[in-house]
Design a protein around this ligand. Structure first.
Ligand SMILES: [Zn+2]
Length: 292
């Protein structure tokens, strides 16, 4: 199971089916619900234990199936399944099922009342505090790779040159978009003059009322507040923001790795074009009335 998980993890971070230890966000974190800052991936180790616990739960509650009657007759023998000693002569599988009582005991009652594998699994994941930017991830019509880049940006885990330098890697830390200062996370997506010009152009196009002189923290606070819900305005804002983050990151990578550069107008136009294509229903009708 660890091997399967290693392949899944490696494929996400390296795009290849060879195992690598390179990860930017821990796998357990990626398996949390989106509201808790995860990516809602399935943690197969925990799911497996949840599935065994479900069998144990059926064991303890239902005695009408033939094989359960058999286990009750031969091993449990009217004892309390919660407290009995684990029978040493029982098979590996039966021992594992009875050992799952430890998991069941730790679950909140609400999870037990549902008694489905999913509810036990969610109970085993535990309660995690919700991230402030969770609304950006729900009902966002941006492309999957774009949402993933935005998710990384919200975690502050994109590999900016400043981060690389902090790890001791010799790189030029100057922002390649404005050549003004170090390429930190807050600079690249907030204070950079190039980023501000692109964001301002997108705001002008969408006619969203916002102060374009916000610093990074103010911008994130404003966006996460306005992105709540499924309204046309909220969905448009979070899609535009996701495409903005992805487009900026791509432009930055093009300058560093390919030596090609585009103007703020070209970058913003491409983002607007993608948004027009991705928009659905009322949002599409709204965008078609706007001129870039
Ligand atoms: Zn800059």
């Amino acid at each position: 199971m660890s091997l399967i998980e290693s392949y899944c993890r490696s494929y996400i971070w390296a795009g290849a089916n060879t195992i690598t230890k390179r990860t930017l966000i821990a796998w357990d974190r990626m398996c949390l619900p989106i509201s808790a800052g995860g990516y809602n991936l399935l943690n197969i180790r925990i799911w497996n234990r949840a599935a065994i616990s479900k069998v144990y739960w059926d064991f303890a509650k239902k005695k009408d199936k033939m094989w359960m009657k058999w286990i009750h007759t031969y091993y449990i023998k009217s004892q309390s399944i919660m407290e009995m000693d684990i029978p040493q002569q029982a098979s590996w599988m039966v021992k594992k099922i009875i050992e799952a009582r430890g998991i069941i005991q730790q679950l909140p009652t609400a999870q037990l009342n549902q008694s489905s594998i999913k509810h036990i699994y969610l109970g085993m994941l535990g309660n995690h505090s919700r991230v402030t930017w969770r609304a950006l991830m729900f009902h966002n019509d941006a492309r999957p790779k774009t949402r993933f880049t935005m998710w990384m940006q919200c975690h502050g885990r994109l590999m900016t040159t400043y981060r690389l330098a902090k790890w001791g890697i010799q790189v030029n830390t100057m922002c390649c978009l404005c050549n003004g200062t170090n390429e930190t996370h807050t600079h690249l997506f907030g204070e950079c003059s190039f980023a501000k010009a692109v964001w301002g152009r997108l705001i002008q196009w969408t006619q969203i009322q916002v102060n374009t002189n916000h610093d990074y923290a103010q911008k994130m606070a404003w966006i996460t507040t306005k992105a709540k819900g499924k309204s046309c305005a909220a969905r448009l804002l979070k899609m535009v923001y996701a495409e903005y983050v992805y487009g900026l990151w791509r432009q930055r990578n093009s300058r560093i790795f390919e030596g090609t550069s585009r103007t703020t107008e070209q970058v913003a136009r491409e983002m607007a074009c993608v948004c027009n294509i991705r928009a659905q229903g009322g949002m599409r009708a709204r965008l078609q009335q706007l001129r870039f």
